[in-house]
Design a protein around this ligand. Structure first.
Ligand SMILES: Nc1ncnc2c1ncn2[C@@H]1O[C@H](COP(=O)(O)OP(=O)(O)O)[C@@H](O)[C@H]1O
Ligand SMILES: [Mg+2]
Length: 602
């Protein structure tokens, strides 16, 4: 995907990123002019040395020529250093800025964007595409300019030196270059598919590395080796074909160039013999002819590069052009933090964008008072977690409205909504950093003492202390170094530290053993006081103490009331509850009951 051809004009979109560094760009161009002028003057120097030094046998001219040459080389070296430095650093600065703005944009996008687009794809834009731009802005563009200038200057100098020979060169250059350009295109295509194959090898290895325990537990190492070999062989085959083509290309290019030079020497030599041209002129002429030919050859190469850069630019611009579906309104309304109704849903219909025909919530209407504790129960897939996602405004409903503090969430700023909510999700999410970082994610300004207090309240302090480096222990990618229950307690500590007005607990204690659950439960009960809490609960113990239970099924609110009321009024609730009682009645079969519990979140 990294190499689709695009019109080079797409590169215009890069100008806003280059503009802040335009002084650097102009300085590089100035240095480029200097180096090109010097290159051009070398041909003239050659002519003087041959005609007035060698042929006139003047040692003095030869000495002078050497001194001038040394001086010119020093200037050339300085100008080359500056050109290279300015252009390459320009590429680095511009790429860094593009990376920053892509990332800044990514974190504002609506969550469903990340469901519709593979993370590997997005990552490759941020890394591969920007790296491609970096190498192209930082070198190819300067190379292209240099080649172009060299070619122009070379042609002018050719004309000044000898018009008849110039005509021959201008006719023969295309004849020599045409096969090289056509062949070069094939080599480029092969090199693209070679890169794709190498990407396949990387993807394959990446997946196996991530799933190493599954591979080894099924003892599939030999099978994976075989499969990986196939991938590597495919990449090797494409690479071999490309190298063969490339080698042939180089051979053809070298032969054609030398034949052309020989032809010119032959024609020019005859002019030198008849006295129509001096030896020095011929030497200078050959010098410029080679200069022009190299310029033309590299331009044809660079056009391919620029097309790749255009592809990368277009993909980055596409990504930057994606508008978030979820945005703060222009003029947000201030929420009223004393409103008696904290949360309300009014006739909410909602389908996930990826499943437009399936209603995750169906005409859902409910209201939750400030400081009330409410439990959501219902079978798996009922829409309980979805309700939380809508409260955080990760999605907007297709119909109906959701209000927090009696103001529609679409009329409040996202910051106002989310700053006052803490979610403990069904799957705990940890960052690959230490415990401090992970708990403090709930409140970056919290003191160490506050972090410790939150960890203690979440019953996490003891096990954290026992980690090799305590709170400074690195937890690994998504907390691989912790058990499920430990992860959950860290995430609960994070929510405690955030001290939200509205606390959303999504089966927050499901991965805990009975003993830690009891402890965390007590902590949560303290935490729930003085704030509004919605718990998606999977154990009866949690449900019994709440103010009200809402029973959801198929995205609809089926019944609500206290435990006892629901036992009377709802057949579904009674059924779900009886499964729970069975669990408590038959503790000797915990495995079986775990599964039942997982399927009926009550
Ligand atoms: N990101 C998603 N994209 C598409 N469908 C989803 C997504 N998340 C959940 N669903 C579907 O929406 C319905 C409700 O899911 P959910 O709210 O997670 O149920 P639960 O009550 O178990 O928490 C289910 O049918 C589920 O498959
Ligand atoms: Mg759920």
């Amino acid at each position: 995907m990294a190499d689709q051809k695009r019109p080079i004009s797409v590169l215009r979109n890069l100008w806003p990123y280059i503009k802040p560094y335009r002084m650097r760009l102009f300085a590089a161009l100035a240095a480029l002019l200097v180096t090109t002028a010097i290159n051009a003057s070398i041909g003239q120097g050659l002519r003087v040395v041959i005609d007035q030094g060698l042929i006139a046998q003047s040692l003095e001219v030869l000495n002078q020529a050497l001194i001038i040459m040394v001086a010119v080389v020093v200037v050339l070296a300085v100008a080359t250093y500056l050109r290279f430095y300015w252009v390459t650093s320009l590429g680095e600065y511009v790429t860094a800025d593009i990376r920053r703005s892509v990332f800044r944009h990514l974190v504002t996008l609506h969550p469903s964007y990340f469901e519709e687009n593979r993370s590997g794809e997005i990552m490759s834009r941020l890394t591969t595409d920007t790296t491609l731009l970096q190498s192209i802005i930082g070198s190819s563009v300067s190379f292209a300019l240099r080649s172009f200038l060299t070619m122009l200057v070379g042609i002018v100098m050719l004309l000044i030196t000898n018009i008849k020979l110039t005509a021959i060169v201008l006719l023969s250059v295309p004849i020599v270059l045409l096969p090289i350009i056509i062949y070069g295109k094939r080599v480029r295509e092969l090199s693209k598919s070679s890169q794709d194959r190498i990407a396949d090898v990387g993807t394959y290895a990446g997946e196996i590395i991530q799933q190493m325990k599954v591979v080894q537990s099924y003892h599939r190492q030999d099978f994976e080796n075989q499969a990986f070999n196939t991938e590597v062989d495919a990449a090797l085959d494409v690479a071999k074909a490309r190298i063969r083509q490339r080698a042939a290309l180089i051979a053809v290019a070298i032969s054609l160039s030398f034949i052309a030079i020989g032809f010119m020497v032959w024609i020019g030599g005859r002019d030198v013999m008849t006295g129509a041209m001096s030896g020095g002129e011929l030497a200078a002429f050959l010098f410029y002819a080679v200069m022009v030919a190299m310029g033309v050859a590299s331009i044809s190469e660079i056009i391919g590069e620029l097309q790749r850069a255009a592809g990368a630019t277009e993909r980055l611009m596409e990504l930057l052009a994606v508008e978030s579906d979820i945005q703060s309104p222009q003029a947000p309304l201030a929420p009223n933090f004393n409103a008696p109704t904290h949360v309300s849903f009014d006739q909410v219909n909602f389908s996930y964008p990826s499943r437009p025909n399936e209603k995750a919530l169906n005409a859902l209407t409910l209201a939750i008072a400030r400081n009330e504790t409410v439990a959501l129960v219902g079978p798996s897939g009922a829409g309980k977690s979805t309700l939380f996602e809508l409260l955080l405004r990760f999605y907007d409903p297709q119909q109906g409205s959701i209000a927090i503090n009696q103001v529609d969430v679409r009329e409040q700023s996202l910051a106002d909504i989310r700053q006052h909510i803490a979610l403990v999700p069904q799957q705990p999410v940890l960052f690959s950093a230490d415990v401090w970082h992970n708990i403090r994610y709930g409140n970056p300004n919290a003191s160490d003492e506050q972090v410790l207090a939150a960890a203690k309240a979440a019953n996490a302090h003891e096990f954290i202390e026992r980690l090799p480096e305590g709170y400074g222990s690195y937890l690994g990618e998504n907390g691989v170094r912790l058990s499920g229950g430990q992860k959950q307690r860290i995430v609960i500590a994070r929510a405690i530290l955030a001290n939200p007005e509205l606390l959303l607990l999504d089966e927050a204690t499901s991965a805990l053993d009975a003993q830690s659950e009891h402890l965390v439960q007590q902590a949560l009960e303290k935490l729930m006081q003085g704030r509004t809490t919605i718990i998606i609960a999977h154990r009866l113990a949690t449900v019994k103490n709440v103010d009200r239970i809402l029973l959801l099924q198929d995205g609809e609110l089926k019944a609500q009331g206290s435990h006892n009321e629901l036992m009377q009024s709802s057949e579904l609730y009674a059924k779900l509850a009886s499964l729970q009682f069975n669990e408590q009645a038959t503790p000797e079969k915990p495995d079986l009951d775990q599964k039942v519990v997982a399927n009926s979140s009550i």
